[in-house]
Ligand binder design. Structure first.
Ligand SMILES: Cc1ncc(COP(=O)(O)O)c(C=O)c1O
Length: 486
């Protein structure tokens, strides 16, 4: 019998439709590409635009799927061995928000490490939940931040037994995965839901040498960016429901509420195709990508001023590593990662995914080749010889962030009772602002928490060094927005 995973029902339906080259009296207004700017069409070709259709019976509806989208989602669920999978067209950002809104009621609390993606704060506000923040770990040797450990989660569950769920980011941007088996064990023993942001890990399931995936570990809900590592187009993500403790009808309602009624069918079809590709050739393709990544890592570690931590380094610390992510430390160059990112891009046509003061993060995906990694290594070799900066070494440090939540972030978001106070006098007040300095790139202040003296001192130090803080509403950071209390 034919392997059902070799089919791609949504893509096949769209392909059949596209081939008919039907006259369009539906949105979008470009009408099968006829009105798309010529310069773009000359580059892309016209056929692409026959896939850009709207909801009609032949192509099914994302909001109430009954035919090809339903079949494609079922194949996805089977591929990951979960109860149900939902296609998303606004990335894992909407997936995180949907997880909170479907797993929690307003007023519930959730345990999570502070180094979460910014969409999580949106989810907290939309769902009206109380965050119980855990202090992430800073690794000063590697200059990276890692998620809170299982012991911290267990301690928080004991301290806040009313918490409804635990939310974990694994892998992190650096590819570091948490001990999800242990965390799932802790959560389920204490009747807590485990929700995992696995935006960076849709591929883990497809090769035995990757770290354990969230679904395999037994997480209740998992969100994955199919577009980040597999071959879906940008915005293509998926939300998996992996337990009977989640009401799938509620998830369906929430996902429908948060998503556009005009989903891009090219994105949807690309999710379907990414699943087919990964199921048929994932093991082979990711085997090759891992080999290329490890060769790159080895070559980078031979350079004088660049280094790239290895899986052993991370395992030694109790975590695991997806080796297809290369975190390249640049501190010995005397330049920042941001400066090297620019040099790589402007002089060598190599673009990394992101950079901070300490590191470059090069992400490899299902489409990466050995040739790509050779280009990166060659460029770094040349930079190693040509560029030497004089920047002082930065220390990555954080004030204590396990602060007291006094008000629900949602109440603050919808309140108009604010005032600005000098940072020198802000300790003890309730924050009405999110402030995220780089480094470390995680929020130092969150709406609803009591501002500590330590956080004020840290922000003042940044202000004196003239370091811009994301979320600051004034040219210089001298004041902070707080809740006006009577
Ligand atoms: C850890 C993490 N979660 C969620 C997201 C959001 O994913 P998306 O871009 O698919 O919306 C990102 C994006 O970079 C991320 O790094």
């Amino acid at each position: 019998m034919e392997n059902p995973q070799e089919s791609a029902p949504l893509f096949e339906t769209l392909m059949n439709h596209a081939k008919k080259k039907m006259v369009s009296f539906h949105t979008p207004g470009h009408k099968n590409g006829c009105a798309v700017d010529k310069e773009l069409v000359d580059f892309t070709g016209k056929n692409l635009y026959y896939f850009d259709v709207t909801v009609f019976p032949e192509v099914d509806s994302l909001h109430d799927p009954t035919t090809c989208i339903k079949q494609a989602q079922k194949l996805m669920a089977k591929a990951y061995r979960v109860k149900e999978s939902f296609f998303l067209v606004n990335g894992s950002s909407v997936g995180n928000q949907a997880m909170f809104m479907s797993a929690c009621q307003p007023g519930d609390s959730i345990i999570l490490s502070r180094n979460v993606h910014k969409s999580v704060l949106g989810g907290i506000i939309l769902a009206g939940i109380w965050p119980i923040w855990l202090q992430p770990k800073i690794d000063r040797d590697l200059d990276i931040i890692v998620d809170a450990e299982p012991d911290q989660i267990l301690a928080a569950i004991k301290k806040f037994p009313e918490a409804k769920a635990v939310f974990v980011t694994s892998p992190t941007y650096n590819g570091v995965t948490n001990d999800l088996l242990e965390i799932a064990n802790i959560c389920h023993k204490h009747n807590k839901l485990l929700l995992v942001d696995e935006a960076h890990g849709p591929h883990l399931r497809f090769h035995r040498d990757f770290p354990v995936s969230a679904v395999e570990a037994g997480a209740d809900m998992v969100v994955q960016s199919v577009h980040k590592i597999l071959s879906a187009l940008s915005q293509g993500s998926v939300l998996h429901v992996n337990s009977d403790n989640i009401d799938t009808n509620k998830v369906k309602r929430v996902v429908s509420m948060l998503q556009t009624t005009s989903p891009n069918y090219l994105i949807l079809a690309s999710i379907d195709l990414a699943r087919r590709q990964a199921m048929i050739s994932g093991e082979k393709l990711f085997g090759q990508v891992m080999l290329a990544a490890e060769a790159g890592r080895k070559a980078i570690n031979k350079l004088k001023n660049f280094s790239c931590f290895k899986r052993e380094d991370i395992r030694f610390r109790g975590y695991d590593l997806d080796v297809t992510k290369l975190t390249i430390n640049v501190t010995k160059t005397g330049l920042s990662g941001l400066e090297i990112e620019n040099i790589l891009s402007n002089e060598y046509n190599v673009q990394v995914d992101c950079a901070d003061i300490f590191n470059l993060i090069a992400i490899m995906g299902v489409g990466s080749t050995r040739g790509d990694i050779d280009r990166l290594v060659k460029a770094l070799e040349a930079i190693d010889v040509k560029y030497h900066g004089t920047a002082a070494y930065w220390d990555l440090h954080l004030p204590s962030l396990t602060t007291e939540m006094v008000m629900n972030p949602r109440d603050i978001f919808f309140s108009k009772s604010y005032k600005r106070v000098s940072l020198k006098k802000a300790a003890g007040q309730i924050s009405a602002q999110t402030l995220t300095p780089y480094p470390p790139g995680i929020p130092i202040l969150i709406p609803g928490e009591r501002i500590s003296q330590e956080v004020c001192d840290y922000l003042l130090e940044l202000s004196h060094k003239d370091i811009r803080v994301s979320g600051q509403e004034t040219d210089t950071l001298k004041t902070v927005k707080v809740v006006k209390t009577k």
